[in-house]
Design a protein around this ligand. Structure first.
Ligand SMILES: O=P(O)(O)OC[C@H]1O[C@H](O)[C@H](O)[C@@H](O)[C@@H]1O
Length: 313
């Protein structure tokens, strides 16, 4: 009999970068690069990849990996003085061997704790002391769970503020066949129109051109329904009021060096985020932001998001 593979394993990824492989009990798996604290793969029990990573992704600092789940911290987008989406996604994280206790600790073995702390160099760009702990875990049903805990460890008595996003790239069969439920009737800021505020009209969201919107104060559950694949992703979030929806479409795809010209057809970013209202932490305070992703077969065609129905498949 083949020896059972470990639930957590350190391995070498593209360009020799360190990655952690997580294996669930029934065949699911996930991969996390220490570079960026970046999830680059999430597979279900049948070994099907659920996240999109570009075939042109550059796995080399200082460029963030195109696809998977980049962490945007301490700045989302270009609204601030820092580089686009902040620096966390292109820093080398460490494995946290002694994380503070987790209230939700179960018998589940497929998880890893990472930590990011500022270097002297970083402190010049963002003069704050912090500990950013990220736990990536595979649930018993193959769900992917990310928990971020950010603590202000400033000794100068100063608070700091940041914006944040789990910039998740979902793999979809054909963007024209996909719809998103849970964001209808909400207000959003349109990044393609100088962040002007609009209100989404009635129906579920579908895609026929470039989209880059920040939906505000969204429900904690959002569903992505992939008709062709007969698969529904359910995204649950906590501590992250906003949701960014992004697809570059054809023109912008061509302008990106690390993205294939036609790849926009097979991806959709739905990003659990805190953008509109930055989070402020006083020294000693800790913030927690959670994202839980599941993928279920869907025979699902209602107009309303009914999480119960979604979960039952
Ligand atoms: O190219 P990146 O820096 O990774 O950003 C990719 C995209 O991220 C987010 O979704 C933003 O809302 C977009 O405006 C941006 O184009």
């Amino acid at each position: 009999m083949a020896e059972e593979k470990p639930a957590v394993e350190l391995a070498k990824g593209v360009n020799g970068l360190d990655k952690v492989v997580l294996r669930g009990a029934r065949g699911s798996s996930a991969e996390v690069y220490l570079y960026g604290g970046h999830v680059t793969s999430w597979k279900n029990d049948h070994g099907e990849e659920l996240l999109f990573v570009s075939s042109k992704a550059i796995f080399k600092p200082p460029k963030a990996i195109r696809g998977g789940i980049p962490i945007c911290f301490p700045q989302f987008g270009s609204h601030g003085t820092l580089e686009q989406h902040g620096f966390a996604r292109n820093k080398l994280w460490s494995i946290d061997t002694d994380p503070p206790p987790f209230p939700t600790n179960s018998s589940n073995k497929a998880f890893v704790d990472l930590i990011l702390k500022p270097s002297e160099e970083d402190a010049k760009i963002w003069p704050h002391s912090y500990e950013f702990r990220l736990r990536v875990a595979l649930g018993p049903g193959g769900d992917l769970m990310l928990t971020s805990r950010i603590r202000n460890t400033n000794s100068d008595g100063k608070a700091f503020s940041y914006t944040f996003a789990y910039h998740t790239y979902f793999s979809v069969s054909d963007i024209s066949e996909v719809r998103v439920e849970g964001l209808e009737t909400l207000d959003y800021l349109d990044n393609l129109q100088e962040q002007e505020r609009f209100t989404e009209q009635g129906d579920a969201i579908t895609f026929e051109s470039e989209v880059d919107k920040i939906y505000l104060s969204t429900p904690s559950k959002i569903a992505i329904i992939d008709h062709e694949k007969k698969r529904t992703f359910v995204l649950r979030k906590d501590g992250l009021p906003d949701a960014v929806v992004w697809n570059p479409w054809d023109k912008k795809a061509k302008a990106m060096a690390d993205f294939g010209d036609d790849e926009y057809k097979h991806m959709l970013c739905i990003e659990a985020a805190a953008v509109e209202k930055p989070i402020t932490l006083k020294p000693g305070e800790e913030w927690k932001g959670r994202l839980e992703l599941s993928a279920v077969p869907s025979s699902y065609c209602s107009g309303q998001l009914d999480p119960q129905k979604v979960l039952q498949g």
